[in-house]
Design a protein around this ligand. Structure first.
Ligand code: UD1
Length: 339
């Protein structure tokens, strides 16, 4: 069974390709290499012994999307990761984000409506909840006004898919709302490759420990939490990747309760920034250089998932811990820095 993974050379995409291959799926990747590298293919091959089919193009090229689906009408599903994801950049370049994240989604869905059966998995984000009124956050929680064009593309993306599922008889979809993806493959053959200075916490920590950054700034220590730092639900990328395979199988086996479903993908446990630093120090044996800095604009205080729906309905559960994530992220960082 052949699966298309768009953005399959990215951080979450590449880990998902590995899990798909290990479950016996044949994988075709489309990636424009805008935030990834062809080298990732070798990392995937090193783990699974299988080289995915790779087509390098930008999904904004509508005619290429059409041609792709004409020559691959036998695919049993699409997992759509390809998108831009830098929150700050989305504020300064909103149209880039609407074009990259929305136009491409529309082009892919349009071609999928022409297939006999179309199974679609969408990368969504817990960012759609903003600062939720209740914790842990359930899928039924209100979708809050987006804080950034990036967040807005996830909300609009979900709406586009939901509306299309209503009218396209052949189409069913699942949106996975990820909490904070971290870690790397335990073999250290694939991991996160941030462009420039990392905006996210874990790659900033590992780069600081590797000597690329002077020190970590902890954004805010006066939040109304136990230690004053923000709380997030850090989900190991391998667990997250597995959730995509389970979701795809749910669609293929026609187990869905609805043509469009949404699931939270997190551990259900919140960790503070200081707890993340501590977990890193414990597994690495390194003392991390950090200082407290002012709050970062747009940060919510606390977000962690209620995972009952994903555990009981989807049949997926996170198995790895924050320490596993920090350990694998550190192994990966050391490998790419030849340490
Ligand atoms: C961020 C995005 C979110 C996106 C997600 C994807 C923002 C405001 N939010 O989530 O929309 O879906 O990435 O991965 O950018 N922190 C520090 N110092 C740092 C970096 C982060 O203290 O140098 C803190 C942050 O304040 C936050 C926590 O670490 O409390 C996690 O931050 P980050 O990894 O950027 O994730 P989010 O902000 O949760």
């Amino acid at each position: 069974m052949k699966v298309l993974v768009t953005g399959g050379l990215g951080f979450i995409g590449s880990h998902t390709v590995v899990e798909l291959q290990q479950k016996g799926f044949e994988v075709v990747i489309i990636d424009d290499l805008s935030n990834s590298s062809k080298e990732v293919l070798n990392g995937i091959f090193a783990i699974t012994g299988k080289m995915p089919i790779f087509e390098e193009f930008d999904l904004k090229e509508k005619s290429k999307v059409e041609a792709f689906f004409q020559s691959h009408s036998d695919i049993c599903g699409v997992i759509h990761f390809a998108a831009s994801k830098a929150v700050g950049e989305s504020v300064s370049e909103p149209l880039k984000y609407y074009e990259n994240n929305i136009n491409t989604l529309v082009y892919v869905l349009k071609e999928m409506t022409k297939l006999e059966t179309a199974n679609f998995i969408f990368s969504s984000s817990c960012t759609v909840y903003g600062q939720a009124d209740e914790l842990p956050i359930m899928e039924s929680a209100a979708v809050k006004l987006a804080e950034s064009p990036y967040g807005n593309t996830k909300q609009i993306g979900e709406e586009i898919i939901k509306d299309t599922c209503k009218v396209a008889d052949n189409l069913q979809a699942i949106a996975l709302r990820y909490f904070n993806p971290v870690g790397a493959h335990p073999t250290a053959n694939i991991g996160e490759l941030p462009l420039g200075v990392p905006q996210n916490l874990v790659p900033f920590i590992t780069q600081t420990a590797a000597g690329l950054r002077k020190e970590l700034s902890v954004f805010g220590n006066d939040y109304p939490t136990e230690d004053g730092t923000c709380i997030r639900d850090y989900i190991h990328v391998v667990d997250l990747a597995k959730a995509h395979v389970v979701a795809l199988e749910r669609l293929i086996e026609e187990k869905s309760n609805d043509k469009y479903e949404v699931f939270n993908i997190g551990t259900g446990k919140g960790s503070s920034v200081l707890e993340v630093i501590k977990a890193f120090e414990d597994v690495s044996g390194e003392a991390l250089k950090y200082k407290f800095a002012p709050r970062r604009e747009g940060d919510v205080v606390e977000a962690f998932a209620n995972t009952s729906k994903s555990n009981n309905v989807l049949g997926w559960k996170a198995e790895l811990t924050l320490k596993d994530a920090m350990d694998t992220a550190w192994k990966w960082e050391k490998k790419i820095r030849n340490m």
